[in-house]
Design a protein around this ligand. Structure first.
Ligand code: CA
Length: 222
């Protein structure tokens, strides 16, 4: 899952980005409203964490610009304690949820999972494809009765594929979902993770469409 953090406070920004990356999110960070506009207009994210008090252009204005383009990316607003007017303005401008600072990381992660889930029209938190199960909250993966131990990247890759069973995702699309700006990326990284996942899941769960990409689900004929 790739998220954009829009936050001008260096300490909050640093610690949030580090925490998100530790959880296997691809997390990018911008520090003002104009930079946020530019990035949101050109790149796709699974969720946005938006501070309201930002230099150059406020968070509510950034949100209005995003929604005016018809962009439905889930937005979780980070707001100061007791700022009811801010919360109302943000929700009315199209925010999906808000969190009051200071907040616990666990709550932020749970709300992020919830807004991302609703954005794809999924009420069920567990991902299931045939006998594969993946729980984004507990980070447990199993095939049938067999629990599987995955690395953070393997887990992130499998989650992206399982969120859209049957959809063929190209290597570039997968890289985009898994890596933030400035993260080291070997050119064959996705192939390597697919190879490792097949060793753990069995080689009949992730399918390759030569020259196009990968998918999970029922094998397509022809
Ligand atoms: Ca701020």
């Amino acid at each position: 899952m790739r998220c954009l953090l829009i936050e001008d406070d260096e300490m909050i920004g640093e610690s949030l980005r580090a925490a998100l990356r530790r959880q296997g999110f691809a997390a990018d960070w911008v520090r003002d409203g104009r930079a946020a506009d530019a990035v949101l207009a050109t790149e796709r994210f699974d969720a946005v964490l938006l501070d309201l008090g930002l230099p150059h252009k406020g968070g509510v204005e950034v949100l209005k610009t995003l929604r005016a383009r018809g962009d439905a990316t889930p937005v979780l607003v980070l707001t100061a304690r007791d700022a009811t007017a801010d919360k109302v303005a943000a929700l009315d401008a199209g925010a999906d949820d808000y969190l009051v600072k200071p907040f616990e990381l666990d709550e932020l992660l749970a709300r992020l999972r919830a807004v991302a889930r609703r954005a794809v029209g999924r009420a069920q938190p567990l991902l299931r494809v045939a006998d594969l199960r993946l729980d984004p909250a507990t980070r447990e993966v199993s095939r049938g009765e067999q629990p599987l131990l995955l690395s953070a990247r393997e887990f992130a890759l499998l989650q992206v594929l399982m969120e859209r069973p049957g959809a063929i995702l190209s290597r570039a699309q997968l890289e985009d979902r898994l890596y933030g700006w400035g993260e080291e990326l070997e050119s064959n990284a996705i192939s390597v993770y697919v190879h490792q996942l097949r060793k753990k899941l069995g080689d009949d769960r992730i399918h390759t469409v030569r020259g196009v990409g990968y998918y999970v689900g029922e094998a397509k004929s022809g």
